[in-house]
Design a protein around this ligand. Structure first.
Ligand code: NOJ
Length: 551
């Protein structure tokens, strides 16, 4: 029998690094990051040791949602550069033995995409049916409150329907009104998307991260939802598996093994993920699930509640167990939509370095493919926003417009702009991000928290990430080992083991600012310490200390 490690797809032992191009590195001084800026940092990423870069969208876009509103699927937004710059970047990635994954945003386009411009031009335009057009609700005059075809609320507040005055019909937009939803029921839409995907793969890209891809199949009856929540009718719709299998056949099947796909799927359950990531069904390689990043939400993401470590362990443990025999997990704390994890689940004050390392250790020792979001490897923190005027993100701006200054504490903690402040390269005035004025202010702590300082200091968060990535590459147990959660009821310590053949790894992390003495029923501290955040302290875990033992 062959060992899993000899037949496993390459992305099971890979670590992915997400670049948010707008905020990574600016080569031309306009205050906005760009492709040449990314190219200039490839040696840094190679030094970190990551295998794959995922680029958030770089396509032409009116930037209503920072590029998640695409007006041309086959080009590069001028502010980021040109297709030639892209090809150079891709070559530079491949030269260094890394791969590059594009963001694929095909639940919706921009309202400035030629497809939508045609679609809205008249009711009998051949592309009319490429989007979701509906007349006003029976008996209610167009434009009057309640005339929207459903009662659904959009992710960015307000109704999901926008009236087009010229034709008197509404179009559906689950996100902003500048992001109309494509109608995947129409086979021409699907064929056009597949063709575009093949075009990028032929150009050399290695896969896709698929934006809200579990929203592409909707209940065509478009029923109302309770309290305006339409999600039951557009999440994981009736034809989702069919559409993904078709996409796999049309785009990936004849490139077997070379590509990687990860589908972003808000609301996805373990049971659905087993189907979606079962290799035998040929849909996607991994999904991004959201359960662990909603544990600290109240009724909405803006209502702050703390995190109970037991809930985090129960959730991630359930995903580990659920995808143990079939499918594969993605692992993440951060991305461009989430606040910084060290501020959220760690301690961004006294124990910033320690807690960033503890969080990293726990995540990277789980079974699955870890995703690092730019700056996470430096322990970058949330931004100290003080006023509503500082937010740029459409979600934050719209939320504030509705809720007023009472929303400020929630925005400060949860705004997506926390993730989007410029990458902190050095201690200079704009953190080495730009020579111009950054589009979003640099975090004042860049004088201390920055890549130059972290690279120079041997026990920095950066070097801890390097060690974790190297461990994944050298130790098959990290990739393939079975996962067993330990101490599920301990509110303070995250503990688990991984076992593969005759090796067992034991992972312990103190999630508090006090010393902890976890009782595993045996003298665990006698084992061989492979990797730790502190020098050996025997049976006492110091505040936010993390250790990996080999037995
Ligand atoms: C999910 C993306 O991650 C987010 O940034 C975006 O606003 C929505 N999808 C809409 O594309």
């Amino acid at each position: 029998m062959s060992l899993p490690e000899s037949t496993a797809p390459w992305w099971k032992s890979a670590v992915v690094y997400q670049v948010y191009p707008r905020s990574f590195a600016d080569s031309d001084g306009d205050g906005i990051g760009d492709l040449r800026g990314i190219e200039s940092k490839l040696d840094y990423l190679a030094e970190l040791g990551v295998d794959v870069l995922w680029l958030s969208p770089v396509y032409p876009s009116p930037q209503d949602d920072n590029g998640y509103d695409i007006s041309d699927y086959r080009g590069i937004e001028p502010v980021f550069g040109t297709l030639d710059d892209f090809d150079r970047l891709l070559a530079g990635v491949h030269e260094r033995g890394m791969k590059l994954v594009m963001d694929l945003v095909v639940n919706h386009t921009s309202d400035e995409h030629p497809w939508f411009v045609e679609s809205r031009s008249s009711k009998d335009n051949p592309k009319r049916d490429w989007y979701w057009w509906r007349p006003p609700r029976g008996g209610v005059p167009a434009g009057a409150p309640g005339a929207e075809p459903t009662n659904w609320t959009s992710f960015f507040t307000g109704p999901t329907w926008e009236l087009d005055e010229a034709t008197g019909e509404y179009y559906l937009h689950l996100f902003s009104r500048k992001q109309p939803d494509l109608n995947w029921e129409n086979p021409e839409v699907r064929a056009a998307v597949h063709e575009m995907m093949r075009w990028w793969l032929d150009r050399g890209v290695d896969g896709f991260r698929m934006d809200v891809i579990n929203m592409i199949s909707k209940d065509t009856a478009l029923p109302d939802g309770p309290g305006g929540d339409g999600s039951a009718h557009y999440l994981h719709g009736p034809r989702l598996h069919e559409f993904l299998q078709e996409m796999h056949r049309e785009v990936f099947a004849d490139r077997a093994g070379a590509t990687m796909t990860v589908g972003e799927m808000p609301g996805v359950t373990v049971e659905e993920a087993r189907l979606l990531t079962d290799p035998a069904r040929a849909e996607v390689d991994m999904v991004f699930q959201f359960e662990h990043v909603q544990l600290d939400h109240g009724p909405s993401k803006w209502d702050l509640t703390g995190l109970d470590l037991r809930d985090l362990k129960a959730t991630l443990g359930r995903w580990q167990a659920g995808l143990a025999d079939v499918g594969w997990n993605s692992l993440y704390w951060n991305n461009h939509d989430q606040p910084r994890v060290v501020s959220r689940f760690g301690d961004d004050g006294r124990y910033r370095v320690e807690s960033a390392k503890a969080l990293a250790t726990v995540l990277h020792l789980h079974r699955g493919t870890p995703f690092i979001y730019q700056g996470e490897e430096l322990g970058m923190t949330n931004h100290p926003f003080t006023s509503a005027a500082q937010f740029r993100d459409i979600e934050s701006v719209n939320h504030h417009a509705l809720a007023g200054d009472a929303a400020l504490p929630g925005l400060r903690a949860m705004s997506r702009d926390n993730a989007r402040t410029p990458m902190q390269w050095d201690a200079s005035p704009n953190a080495g991000f730009t020579t111009g004025t950054p589009w979003l202010p640099v975090n004042p702590n860049h004088t201390e928290v920055n890549a130059a300082a972290a690279r120079a200091e041997t026990d920095s968060v950066f070097h801890h990430y390097r060690a974790l990535i190297a461990l994944r590459h050298s130790e098959p147990t990290v990739v393939h080992g079975n996962f067993t959660m330990l101490l599920p009821d301990d509110p303070n310590v995250y503990a688990f083991s991984r076992s593969y053949r005759d090796t067992e790894l034991l992972v312990l992390a103190n999630f508090t600012s006090e010393e902890q003495r976890p009782d595993l029923g045996f003298p665990w501290w006698d084992a061989h310490l492979m990797l730790g955040s502190h020098s050996n302290g025997a049976s006492v875990l110091r505040p936010w200390e993390a250790r990996v033992y080999r037995r």
